[in-house]
Design a binder for this molecule. Structure first.
Ligand SMILES: Cc1cc2nc3c(=O)[nH]c(=O)nc-3n(C[C@H](O)[C@H](O)[C@H](O)COP(=O)(O)O)c2cc1C
Length: 361
């Protein structure tokens, strides 16, 4: 009996199984002109292929809530109605296949304005017309190669909170059923959470409760516009992977954040790690982030999704059936094999209905 292919209900939404696609930037949107940040044929096939492949929920790549919140000029965005309209083709198709469309809402903060990975992935020279000035909680660059961010004022922080809410409102009109706030991987929200990147002395810096303020304001603003019967996810990095004694974000902080998020209406924590410290040593190995998801679930009761080097059907099944997470998110394995959920179902003796057009196979 497989638990991986059992439905999961969060609020009023039933997700058909627990194999989900992780958000993955495609760096393939127009970087200028009227269609800047709008999904195109590439994004459609990227999402549609995994829907036909059997993923129960599919999260778009980090979609910027403001132009200056893009990681690269080629990221998707949801800061205007034209982008929202362009998402409808994908959300409509996913929905027609019984797959839940979700969007990851993001702001890159001090890690913005970098090039596509296949063009080197480095920060774009500030003199290049494709670059823009970056912002952060404090005037601390991510690395020596990155721009030094402008420290956000409290008015600017409030404006970004509003941009997250506006983006969520647009995401709803675009047909998304899940919104995920991107609080991980060293992007703006994580920059505020971690004392490694946040040295503010006002109400947004210092003790943990202050460093969590921006994240919780974003969650409150998004929750206020996101329907009561639809779930809200949050992706966190459970640790900065810094050595003991160096001030950074830790697994314990992540559990405390999870408790707060739960009280503020978040329904599931998508638990990743890292991304805020360029030279951190990350002990990547199969399922290495699962213990962080398990700790949150065990200590708070909040639903979790585990992600990171989950590639084998029995491994995925074990994560869910032992209650270490409510679902698994797969990234690179689904790039290699969009039909992974179908292969996994076969390996586990589970049933996963296919599109009727392909039933004969
Ligand atoms: C090409 C690529 C793009 C990614 N883009 C995002 C993103 O937009 N947002 C995000 O939270 N994580 C992003 N990630 C991280 C994945 O969501 C996932 O957490 C990571 O790849 C680990 O899972 P995996 O071992 O199954 O690939 C990206 C990963 C890859 C490989």
């Amino acid at each position: 009996m497989s638990n991986l292919f059992e439905p999961l209900t969060l609020r009023g939404l039933t997700i058909p199984n627990r194999v989900w696609m992780a958000p993955m930037c495609q760096y393939s949107a127009a970087g200028e002109g009227p269609d800047t940040g709008a999904p195109n044929d590439w994004h459609f096939q990227h999402l549609a292929a995994r829907a036909v492949g059997g993923s129960g929920l599919i999260l778009t790549e980090a979609s910027a809530v403001a132009p200056e919140g893009r990681i690269s000029p080629y990221d998707l965005g949801i800061w205007n109605d034209r982008q929202a309209e362009a998402f409808r083709r994908s959300t409509g198709f996913l929905t027609s296949q019984g797959v839940v469309p979700g969007i990851q809402l993001a702001h890159a903060g001090r890690k913005a304005a970098t090039d596509a990975p296949w063009s080197g992935g480095s920060p774009i020279d500030p003199d290049d017309t494709r670059a823009w000035p970056v912002v952060g909680p404090s005037a601390l660059p991510f690395s020596g190669a990155h721009q030094t961010p402008d420290e956000l004022t409290t008015d600017e922080i409030a404006a970004i909170v509003g941009q997250f809410a506006d983006a969520a409102r647009r995401a709803l009109t675009a047909g998304f059923k899940v919104a995920e706030v991107h609080g991980a991987h060293g992007y703006l929200i994580h920059q505020f959470l971690s004392p490694y990147s946040n040295t503010r002395t006002d109400s947004y810096g210092g003790p943990l409760e202050n460093r969590m303020r921006f994240a919780l304001e974003v969650v409150d603003a998004v929750r206020a516009v996101w329907p009561e019967d639809l779930p809200l996810f949050f992706r966190s990095s459970a640790t900065d992977w810094l050595d003991e004694g160096v001030a950074g974000w830790t697994g314990d902080d992540n559990v405390r954040l999870a408790k707060e998020l739960q009280a503020h209406g978040v329904d599931l924590l998508d638990v990743s790690t890292g991304g805020n410290v360029p030279d951190a040593t990350i002990p990547a190995a199969p399922g290495f982030q699962v213990p962080f998801a398990a700790a949150v679930r065990e200590q708070t009761g909040l639903a979790t999704a585990a992600v990171g080097l989950i590639t084998d059907p029995h491994q995925a099944e074990e994560v869910v059936s032992t209650g270490r997470a409510d679902a698994v998110l797969l990234g690179r394995q689904l790039l290699r094999d969009p039909y992974w959920p179908r292969h996994a179902a076969a390996a586990l003796g589970a049933t996963l209905p296919s599109a009727p057009q392909y039933a004969r196979a």
